[in-house]
Design a protein. Sequence first.
Length: 195
Amino acid sequence: MTGHTVDVRPLRKPDKHPAAFDAFDALPVGDAVILINGHDPRHLREEFARERPRGFEWTYLEDGPQIWRIQITKLVGTPLPRVLGDVTALHAAPDAAGAIWKLQMSERDLDSNIIQLPPYGNIEPHAGPDLDVLVVVLEGSGALTTELDDFDLTGGQLVWLPRASRRSITAGPAGLRYLTVHRRRRALVIGAVTT
């Protein structure tokens, strides 16, 4: 095992975590990066646990009070599949509306949310985004209204919402809970206009 050292102390705060991840991701399996910091990087460890669960080993070599040195060993070559939760165990107030769960990983190609509508709650008529959306009705009932007609929604249904399609959703008397999955939308980048 070879060690690569990354001293993040002189870096700007927004650059510290990305520098640690870049160094870690460049490692072959079994190698380690030695991180040097001026405080305990516990938030970085939490981020590693969220972004690379079970794929690293975190060992304190020196733990302050002036310098922290941590060895972060790469255990696997690619991110590991994982269980994110149990939709049957999600608890939200019955009258909650909106996203009650969302995909959190920063490096991903998909977006996914669990949306809950209270009894008779609705999502107003709108044109969807410029991407297809797959909806899985988890529980409850409701109606999907399109430009042409209405469809009943019940637990277990798979519904495809084509890009830019006009639609609205209204929950039934017991409310409605559904999972959405679609390609991740990229953040808008503001830049100078070139002529």
